[in-house]
Design a protein around this ligand. Structure first.
Ligand code: IPM
Ligand code: MG
Length: 367
C-alpha cells in the first residue's frame, strides 16, 4: 500500500517557519505512530510570483489536485502590495480554493483553558468555548460576476457581485448539518435576508435542507446581529454556517475570542475523491505576518492544529488528532508561550522552534 500524499505549500512571511515545525510533527507521526506520508513541497503566493511570475504555477495546481491533502502556511507581504491584482499572492490561494472546489471551510474557535485569561473578553464568557464556523468558500462576492473597476461617465465605479445558486447553498448547508450531527446538534445560519436577495434564498435553502436533519435545531440570524451575539455570549453557538464574506469577518472575530489568531486552524473541504477522501486544504487562519517573519517569534500552533484537522478529516485518524491536540494543551498548561501569547500573567517565552520541540516532547510523553 502506498502512503497517503501531502503537498506542503509554506508560502510567504512566517509560513515557512511555522511549516518547518509541522514537518517535525509529520515526521514524528511517521516514526512513532506508523503514519507515514509521502510529502512534497512547492511554492505559493509571493515566493511563487518571484520565481515564476505567477502566485500559483499550473504544475503546482495540478499537483494539488492529485494529492490526498494540501497543507498551506500563509501568503502575502508588503513587497507585493503594488503588483497587478491578477498576480497578487492571495490570488494563488483563491485559485486553489476555487479549482479544487473547496466549498466548505471549517474554522473552529476553541478556547484552550490555559489561555482563557488571554481573551479581551471576560474569562467566564470564553472559558470552555468550542464553536465551529462553516464558511462557504468558492462563491459569493469573492467570485461573482460582473466584477471590476469600470468607467461610468467621468468617474470610476468598483463592482463586485454577491451571487449564490441553490446548489451552492445546499451543499455547504449539508456539510454544516453533518458536522452539527457529530457535535451539539445545533446550527445557526447567518445572512442578511433583511437587505439581500441572496440572503433570502440562503435562508430558504438552508431551511429546506434542515428537513433532512430533523435532529438538528436550526436557527437563523442576521449576520450583523450574529457578530454582536458572538461577542456578547459566544457559548450560545455550536455550529454556524454562513457565506464567504460574512464567514471571513465572523471567523476573524470568533478567532480573537480565543485570545490569539496564532491558535486557529482551518480545513477547506470539497467533494469526495475516487479514494473516498474529500478534496482538502488545511491552513492556519492567521496571515503571513511579515512584520515578525524570520525572527523565530511566530506561533506554530495554528499550523500544527491544521495538520491535526488533516489527520481527522482526511485520514480518519481522530485518535491521533486528539493526541496532537492534547500535546498542545499540555505545553500551554505548562506555561510555554510564543510572543503572541505573552500576556500580563507571563509564562515561559519560547521561540517558534522551541514551541515545536516542546510539542514533540509532549507527544513522546503521550506514548
Ligand atoms: C482568509 C483570508 C483570505 C480571505 C485572504 C488572504 C484572501 O482573509 O482566509 O480568511 O479573504 O479569504
Ligand atoms: Mg480572513
Amino acid at each position: 500500500m502506498t502512503n497517503p500524499s501531502l503537498l506542503i505549500l509554506p508560502g510567504d512571511g512566517i509560513g515557512p517557519e511555522v511549516m518547518a515545525e509541522v514537518r517535525k510533527i509529520i515526521d514524528w507521526f511517521g516514526a512513532k505512530r506508523g503514519l507515514a506520508f509521502d510529502v512534497s513541497e512547492d511554492l505559493v503566493g509571493g515566493c511563487a510570483y518571484d520565481k515564476h511570475g505567477t502566485p500559483l504555477h499550473d504544475d503546482t495546481m495540478a499537483k494539488a489536485q492529485e494529492v490526498d491533502a494540501v497543507l498551506l502556511g500563509a501568503v502575502g507581504g508588503p513587497q507585493y502590495d503594488n503588483l497587478d491584482f491578477s498576480v497578487k499572492p492571495e490570488r494563488g490561494l483563491l485559485r486553489l480554493r476555487k479549482e479544487m472546489d473547496l466549498f466548505s471551510n471549517l474554522r473552529p474557535a476553541q478556547c484552550f483553558d490555559a489561555l482563557s485569561d488571554f481573551s479581551s473578553l471576560k474569562k467566564d464568557v470564553v472559558a470552555g468555548l468550542d464553536i465551529m464556523i462553516v464558511r462557504e468558500l468558492t462563491s459569493g462576492v469573492y467570485f461573482g460576476e460582473p466584477r471590476g473597476i469600470f468607467k461610468e461617465g467621468n468617474e470610476r465605479v468598483g463592482i463586485n457581485t454577491q451571487r449564490y445558486t441553490e446548489s451552492e447553498i445546499a451543499r455547504v448547508a449539508r456539510s454544516a448539518f453533518d458536522l452539527a450531527m457529530k457535535r451539539g446538534k445545533k446550527l445557526c445560519s447567518m445572512e442578511k435576508a433583511n437587505v439581500m436577495e441572496s440572503g433570502i434564498l440562503w435562508r430558504e435553502v438552508v431551511t429546506e435542507v434542515s428537513k433532512e436533519y430533523p435532529e438538528v435545531e436550526l436557527s437563523h440570524m442576521y449576520a450583523d446581529a450574529g457578530a454582536m451575539q458572538l461577542t456578547r455570549w459566544p457559548k450560545q453557538f455550536d455550529v454556524i454556517v454562513t457565506d464567504n464574506l460574512f464567514g471571513d469577518l465572523l471567523s476573524d472575530l470568533a478567532a480573537m475570542l480565543t485570545g490569539s489568531l496564532g491558535m486557529l486552524p482551518s480545513a477547506s473541504l470539497g467533494a469526495p475523491m475516487a479514494n473516498g477522501r474529500p478534496k482538502a486544504l488545511y491552513e492556519p487562519v492567521h496571515g503571513s505576518a511579515p512584520d515578525i517573519a524570520g525572527q523565530g517569534k511566530a506561533n506554530p500552533i495554528a499550523c500544527i492544529l491544521s495538520f491535526a484537522m488533516a489527520l481527522r478529516y482526511s485520514f480518519d485518524q481522530g485518535e491521533d488528532a486528539a493526541r496532537l491536540e492534547a500535546a498542545i494543551e499540555k505545553v500551554l498548561a505548562d506555561g510555554l508561550r510564543t510572543a503572541d501569547l505573552m500576556g500580563p500573567e507571563g509564562g515561559t517565552p519560547v521561540s517558534t522552534s522551541g514551541m515545536g520541540d516542546a510539542i514533540l516532547a509532549a507527544l513522546d510523553a503521550s506514548l
